[in-house]
Design a protein around this ligand. Structure first.
Ligand code: PMP
Length: 342
């Protein structure tokens, strides 16, 4: 399945945004992958790696700690390839994603989101522990295994550049494991050195300050998320995947939840129904494009990743009740002119 159906997603020009700001932001429609997210690529690459190394044998148990989408991707691929699947995740993951993993046959454990990464109850510790205590099990380790970023170095990055025959001024993307940005950055640094690669950091994440100073400003956030409500992104520790591509990431900027949530609805009304991390990436790509424009680039072309689809968030940002409870009523009514906070 992986070779046929995963990847080769279209790079969509976000027309209404582009018209309003006089830029060209392009979104890689990763929500069109069969498991509904960019993580299908990483999951297929991880399974390929553990199969090739002989560690994953027919009928074995695949264990992973996930923000949700890797769990969906692994559950789908394990069903297809004949493995059992265990996924652990923080209690902040949407109920839609958990239901999807269960429907696909995975055993799901929901873990407290309040504990640090070194705590045995942390979702990544649980996946490691279950793999260690189960004969024939493999911990696919999406944070540590570079098979994750290689999926983007050999797939996502080349596909983006091939879709931009006139060249690409910028690429902007947030990090969860860091696999996507590291892989695309590693490819572009060699194949298109003039493309500026920019990290988009959600509120509360320490990665931007790490890139600026070499240290994390928010000690105690080593488990990562900070205070963002945007699922799947934001890290306050250096993952092996981010570290492998980090030297190619020369710029960083922040985007807030409010900006991402406004962009969710603006994109949806333009026919692009995506989750908050995709919308946050679009905000980041827009900010990078405006920065390049101020620097003299005419109609800058910036690509980003539309990580997953909106249907996984019907009980969250796309629920009026959820928005009301968090003081977010009205985000669905703004125009492109009001999307940015500053
Ligand atoms: N958005 C969502 C919704 C995700 O689930 C993830 C993966 N955690 C990402 C973005 C970030 O991708 P990566 O792990 O490649 O950094």
């Amino acid at each position: 399945m992986s070779a046929v159906l995963i990847g080769n997603t279209p790079l969509l020009p976000l027309s209404a945004l582009n018209k309003h700001f006089g830029v060209t932001v392009l979104g890689k429609a990763e929500y069109l992958n069969p498991g509904g997210s960019v993580k299908d690529r990483a999951a297929a690459s991880l399974l390929d790696h553990y199969e090739a190394s002989g560690q994953l044998l027919p009928g074995g148990l695949v264990c992973e700690g996930t923000g949700g989408n890797t769990g969906i991707a692994l559950a789908m691929l394990c069903g297809w390839r004949g493995y059992k699947c265990y996924v652990s995740m923080p209690d902040t993951v949407s109920s839609e994603k958990i239901s999807t993993m269960r429907a696909l046959g995975a055993t799901v454990e929901v873990c407290p989101s309040t504990v640090g990464v070194s705590d045995p109850a942390h979702y990544t510790s649980r996946a490691r522990a279950v793999a260690a205590s189960t004969p024939g099990a493999v911990h696919t380790d999406q944070f540590g295994s570079l098979a994750n970023m290689r999926a983007h170095e050999t797939g996502t990055g080349p596909e983006i550049l091939a879709a931009c025959p006139g060249g690409l001024d910028g690429f902007a993307c947030a990090a969860g494991t860091g696999g996507t940005i590291a892989g695309v950055a590693s490819f572009l640094a060699a194949a298109s050195p003039s493309t500026q690669i920019c990290l988009v950091d959600p509120q509360g994440s320490g990665l931007k300050s790490y890139l600026a100073s070499g240290t994390f400003s928010k000690a105690g956030h080593e488990c990562g998320k900070g205070d963002t409500l945007t699922e799947g992104i934001g890290i306050g520790r250096l993952t092996a995947n981010f570290a492998a591509g980090g030297p190619h990431v020369r710029a960083a900027l922040s985007a807030s939840d409010l900006e991402a949530f406004r962009a969710c609805f603006l994109l949806a009304r333009g026919g692009v129904f995506v989750g908050p991390s995709a919308a946050l990436n679009v905000v980041g790509a827009l900010k990078l494009a405006l920065r390049l424009k101020r620097g003299g680039v005419d109609n800058p072309k910036v690509a980003t990743i539309l990580c997953d689809g909106g249907a996984s968030y019907l009980s969250k940002i796309y629920s009026a009740e959820w928005r009301e409870e968090r003081g977010l009523a009205g985000v669905e009514q703004c125009g492109w002119g009001d999307v940015l906070e500053d």
